[in-house]
Design a binder for this molecule. Structure first.
Ligand code: Q0Z
Length: 287
């Protein structure tokens, strides 16, 4: 019997291990990053919130596409998943004009080859959601690409398939979120391919780390929106005049507590499940 677990890699706030030839272990830490810097202070249970939300959405979208989730561990922050051949593109869907989508639109009137109407303002809802893939940068920022560049990386047929699926997933989850008073402005999905060549939704899905969630009651187009989860952290960091380079500042207790409460609120509003029930029994999100 072997219980040797190989560490495969670290993300800014997550770790990836190989359990065996077919299975990986994805562990979400309580680390938080802001302005692309991981802070020295952790947000208690942040990794559990993200893991629980992701598992919830894998369960809710299982009829649209299969996913990599095999098991949710008792610690609430670790998932066992199928080891896949990952596609080399990030599958981003945007329903609103924010982040690099807004920047690209300002510079060219287009996002990833989608020509958009003139006169849109920051954070405005798009006439319809658009698929805006990006390359996976090893260091630095992902680069937005158009259909031709995406198809060159994964093939035309696969590109059409991930575009269709990504848009379907975004529509389904954004409608659910809207009914709960939360705007899903955009989301980043990752797909892998199994031994039979079938697409599988992988990594994390529809968490605040992979998506922009905006509280609908505070939404005002024409400028940037407050982040559902990280706004206290950003505001605190801005108040210090920190230059946004490593190392980041320690966070005071009230900023930690307020931020933890926002993560828990996102979990509870989106899933309808009490976070304490998740802590007691993580598999409640899959019921
Ligand atoms: C996910 C990542 C992390 C570092 C590879 N099911 C899968 N099969 C194969 N590969 C992956 C997955 Cl999810 C895979 N990443 C992203 C996660 C730390 C990098 F926790 N890389």
């Amino acid at each position: 019997m072997s219980d040797t677990v190989m560490h495969l890699g670290s993300g800014k706030v997550r770790e990836l291990y190989a359990l065996d030839a077919d299975r990986l272990l994805l562990v979400a830490s309580d680390r938080i990053s802001t302005f692309d810097v991981v802070l020295p202070t952790e947000i208690p249970d942040k990794g559990r919130v993200l893991t629980g939300l992701s598992a919830f959405w894998f369960g809710q979208t299982g009829a649209l596409v299969q996913n990599h989730l095999l098991a949710l561990r008792e610690d609430g922050r670790s998932t066992e998943c199928r080891r896949l051949e990952m596609l080399p593109i990030e599958c981003v869907v945007r329903g609103y004009l924010a982040g690099s989508g807004w920047k690209d639109y300002l510079a060219s009137g287009e996002v990833c080859g989608h020509r958009l109407p003139a006169g849109l303002v920051e954070s405005q809802q798009l006439p319809e959601p658009i698929f805006t893939p990006a390359t996976k940068a090893q260091t630095g920022h992902d680069e937005n690409i158009d259909r031709a560049a995406g198809a060159a990386l994964v093939g035309e047929e696969r590109y059409d398939e991930v575009e269709r699926l990504s848009l379907e997933l975004y529509r389904s989850v954004s409608e659910r979120a809207a009914a709960l008073g939360i705007i899903l402005a955009d989301t980043k999905l990752e797909f892998g391919v199994d031994e039979e060549g079938r697409l599988v939704l992988a990594d994390e899905a529809f968490t605040p780390d992979s998506s922009r969630f905006w509280p609908a009651d505070e939404y005002r187009s024409g400028g940037p929106q407050p982040s559902f989860d990280k706004q206290f952290v950003r505001d605190y960091c801005e108040s210090l005049g920190w230059d946004k380079t490593y190392p980041g500042p320690e966070l005071p207790e009230d900023v930690v507590a307020g931020t933890r409460a926002r993560y828990v609120e996102a979990f509870e509003r989106l899933t309808g499940i009490a976070f304490d029930d998740y802590l007691a029994s993580p598999e409640v999100v899959l019921a």
